[in-house]
Design a protein around this ligand. Structure first.
Ligand SMILES: [Zn+2]
Length: 127
């Protein structure tokens, strides 16, 4: 048995709770943004509402839509990261760096509960 420092159960529960809350929030936002997109598509195919009149020209509208789909894909990515992290909680691997196998700093986990690597490894991969 290797003696990798395990996280306390109470602590693990805290992060798990945080991850689940974050997941719910993301799902809500995805639903909302998804709804916004279909609304925009309806509006552009039908009559112009006061809202889209207020909006600037077509170019801006397209840009806005692109931005929204970018936001959506970022959120979907974050969601799958969170799912991965929750899986790790279940497997007892949560909080361990995928790069070096050491424990991820608590400050980092508080800031980014779905972090997969420690700060050192993440910085190294960004270089
Ligand atoms: Zn590491």
């Amino acid at each position: 048995m290797t003696k990798a420092k395990r996280m306390k159960k109470s602590e693990l529960k805290l992060y798990e709770k945080k991850l689940i809350e974050e997941r719910k929030k993301l799902l809500r936002e995805l639903e909302y943004e998804g709804g916004q997109i279909s609304k925009t598509q309806l509006e552009s195919s039908g009559n112009l509402s006061a809202y889209s009149n207020h909006m600037a020209d077509q170019g801006t509208e397209t840009e806005r839509r692109e931005l929204t789909s970018q936001i959506l894909s970022t959120r979907r990515e974050a969601l799958s990261e969170i799912d991965l992290a929750l899986n790790k909680v279940n497997q007892g691997k949560y909080g361990i760096c995928e790069g070096c196998g050491k424990a991820i700093g608590k400050r980092r986990l508080k800031f980014l509960p779905q972090a997969r690597t420690c700060i050192k490894c993440s910085e190294a991969s960004q270089r």
